[in-house]
Write a protein that binds this ligand. Structure first.
Ligand code: PDD
Length: 287
């Protein structure tokens, strides 16, 4: 199958799958998700994605999700095994179950719904720079939870697309937080600077790898707030994400940015791609 769907144990072609109208995800977006890249049949860092997923469930107090980690892993891999393609997006979400609409949780014996999709993913040419726009971050204060509620992200991303750009960078006042679907970092004076993994951003798994690799290479890393001015004046601005990988920007709001420390950027991007290659065999050009 090209695109595979899964709902509570049942697998089929994605276009033919159906979910109940009373699912809490339909009424309230009352659920959490995670998404990872599969290349050559291997999921890049599934364990970290599972950690984050179970943490999101805990933070949203979704107590009725039954599968334990091994069972969930089996369901994810069993579904992914049905899909065709060298590079796939593995997406899964759990909501608080199906029950007639009411704000309080459904009764305790109602089980959470598990939905999985596996779809082919065309990776971008990561040698090409991207264009960004800035958007005021109007999200709530639980951005570390990967909830299904992504309205500000969607609206910001649409705004970027309409401006002919690839991604929107959120900022709260003067402080840059993250992108609509990625984390944002800068290089400045040979240092890597990125927002701390607090409740204002999603703790990205690619961000985590990049920080680890940068520190291993002796690059000073600062997990701290940085300002819009710092970003516009940075040597490099780049975004990270599971299927975005690592990409530098050359314009923000139509102004030229970065391009002043390509060597360090490519070193870090290369270190990340080496790790992806070691884990999955994925080999795409970055230089
Ligand atoms: N997006 N920040 C936000 C708001 C995100 O939605 C994502 C991931 C990231 C990067 O996280 P990671 O490195 O773990 O992929 C940061 C996923 C891919 C999505 O929503 O499709």
């Amino acid at each position: 199958m090209k695109k595979v769907g899964y709902f509570n144990g049942e697998i089929g072609p994605l276009e033919e799958m159906k979910i109940p109208m009373t699912a809490r995800s339909v009424y309230f977006g009352d659920g959490v998700y995670d998404a990872a890249m599969i290349a050559n049949g291997v999921c890049f860092d599934l364990e970290d994605h599972l950690d984050r997923f179970y943490n999101s469930l805990r933070l949203l107090d979704i107590r009725n999700f039954d599968p334990d980690r091994e069972q969930l892993k089996n369901e994810l891999l069993r579904t992914a095994a049905q899909a065709e393609g060298d590079v796939l997006l593995l997406y899964w979400q759990a909501d608080r179950g199906s029950w007639p609409r009411q704000h309080r949780y459904p009764p305790e014996d109602v089980k959470a719904n598990l939905l999985i999709t596996v779809t082919p993913k065309k990776l971008a040419d990561i040698r090409l720079p991207i264009r960004l726009i800035t958007v005021e971050d109007t999200r709530y204060l639980h951005c570390n939870v990967k909830t299904l509620n992504l309205i500000p992200n969607i609206m910001a991303n649409q705004k970027a697309a309409e401006a002919g750009c690839d991604e929107a960078v959120f900022h709260r006042g003067n402080a840059v937080t993250e992108g609509s679907y990625s984390n944002v970092s800068i290089l400045s004076g040979g240092k890597l600077i990125t927002h701390p993994a607090d409740e204002l951003i999603l703790p990205g798994i690619s961000r985590k790898h990049l920080l680890e690799l940068a520190r291993g290479l002796g690059v000073e890393c600062q997990e701290r707030e940085f300002t819009l001015d710092e970003m516009f004046g940075a040597d490099e601005v780049f975004i990270t994400g599971s299927t975005t990988l690592v990409r530098r920007a050359d314009t923000i709001d139509g102004r030229s940015v970065g391009g002043r420390d390509k060597e360090l950027f490519v070193t870090l991007q290369g270190a990340y791609m080496d790790r992806v290659r070691q884990m999955t065999g994925l080999d795409i050009p970055y230089r």
